[in-house]
Design a protein around this ligand. Structure first.
Ligand SMILES: NC(=O)c1ccc[n+]([C@@H]2O[C@H](COP(=O)([O-])OP(=O)(O)OC[C@H]3O[C@@H](n4cnc5c(N)ncnc54)[C@H](O)[C@@H]3O)[C@@H](O)[C@H]2O)c1
Length: 303
């Protein structure tokens, strides 16, 4: 053990100031991380985002466009989609809208050439379009469960199909690329009232891995990953909180949100930007050896 009194002075100083020091380091790390994320260049990426008219999909498209990507917003809602694309163009970005119903194979067949023409190729498809219907098992309407599976599972599978057809070597884009599927923290935890939604998002997680394996086996050069977002306080997130309260699962929407935050080590809800940053990472060359994973962006809720 060192006898030098100076040694103990230094140790004592460190212990007394440890908390400030650790906070300062944490701040430096987070600032540096933020800068790194913000400067990831996507100007060589041509991106299609389903459900891009609003919400998370629009934030993903806006974030990638802000880093130089050309983006197509593909959505069922033509009015909101066209307005969002025009807004991005007005901000100086390369953006356009294509009408798409993700559940309809023929709609994909029509939308893809349009998107390819607008983008001049295709490098990234984000299968983000999704719906949620909150329902207790005892009230289950099979039509609602089928609708959720149609959009969230079949819609994502058709997105993978048409992305592969376009981006594999013999496709019209032909240079490989990346697919990012949007699942949910609901794929990794059990929250009451969202059985069909949770099951559909678990399916997205699993089919992502099968798609990555198939792409590798057949030499498509397309990486396929999933993002599992935590609860975001946007239209869909607020609806979930209201619905679970109305079904008597929680005393109020605030109590439902409190339950989510209470299960989250980071102690807050997700922001749309948290999710968009992760999607931009999986779309970029920074993740070129990341394949077949589910990236949880949920503050630790689903660990
Ligand atoms: N909001 C959250 O808290 C949250 C959390 C985890 C995961 N997610 C997932 O993120 C994705 C986006 O969620 P959001 O909060 O932005 O929802 P949102 O309802 O705000 O937006 C969904 C978009 O998808 C479009 N859409 C719906 N059905 C479609 C179809 N058949 N074809 C084409 N477009 C269609 C809608 O028109 C809309 O523009 C969804 O897959 C959702 O399940 C959301």
């Amino acid at each position: 053990m060192p006898a030098n009194p100076f040694y103990w002075t230094v140790v004592k100083f460190f212990l007394v100031n440890c908390q400030d020091f650790c906070s300062a380091v944490t701040e430096v790390i987070s600032t540096t991380k933020g800068n790194t994320m913000a400067t990831t260049d996507l100007s060589d990426r041509r991106v299609l985002v389903t459900g891009g008219a609003r919400g998370l999909g629009l934030q993903m498209a806006t974030t990638m466009a802000g880093r130089g990507a050309a983006v197509v917003l593909a959505d069922l809602d033509a009015e909101a989609g066209a307005a969002s694309a025009a807004n991005l163009v007005a901000q100086g970005h390369r953006a356009s809208f294509v009408h798409l119903d993700v559940t309809d194979d023929a709609s994909w067949t029509a939308a893809m050439p349009e998107a390819l023409a607008a983008l001049g190729g295709l490098d990234v498809v984000v299968n983000n379009a999704g719906i949620e219907i909150t329902e207790l098992f005892v009230d289950l309407d099979p039509a609602n469960a089928r609708k959720i599976f149609d959009v969230n599972v079949v819609g994502t599978m058709l997105g993978i199909k048409h992305a592969f057809l376009a981006m594999r070597p013999e496709g019209p884009a032909g240079q490989g690329g990346a697919i990012v599927n949007i699942a949910s923290v609901a794929a990794t935890i059990a929250f009451p009232g969202i059985a069909a939604y949770s099951a559909s998002k678990s399916a997205v997680d699993r089919l992502t891995r099968v798609a990555a394996a198939e792409s590798g086996r057949l030499g498509y050069g397309v990486r396929v990953n999933t993002v599992c977002p935590g609860l975001v306080p946007n239209a869909m997130g607020a609806q979930l909180a209201n619905d679970t309260a109305n079904l008597g699962l929680f005393g109020s929407p605030d109590e439902a949100v409190g339950a989510v935050v209470g299960l989250t080590p980071s102690g807050r809800l997700a922001t749309e930007q948290d999710i968009a940053d992760g999607v931009a990472f999986l779309a970029s060359a920074d993740s070129s050896f990341v394949n077949g994973v589910a990236l949880s962006i949920d503050g630790g809720m689903g660990m």
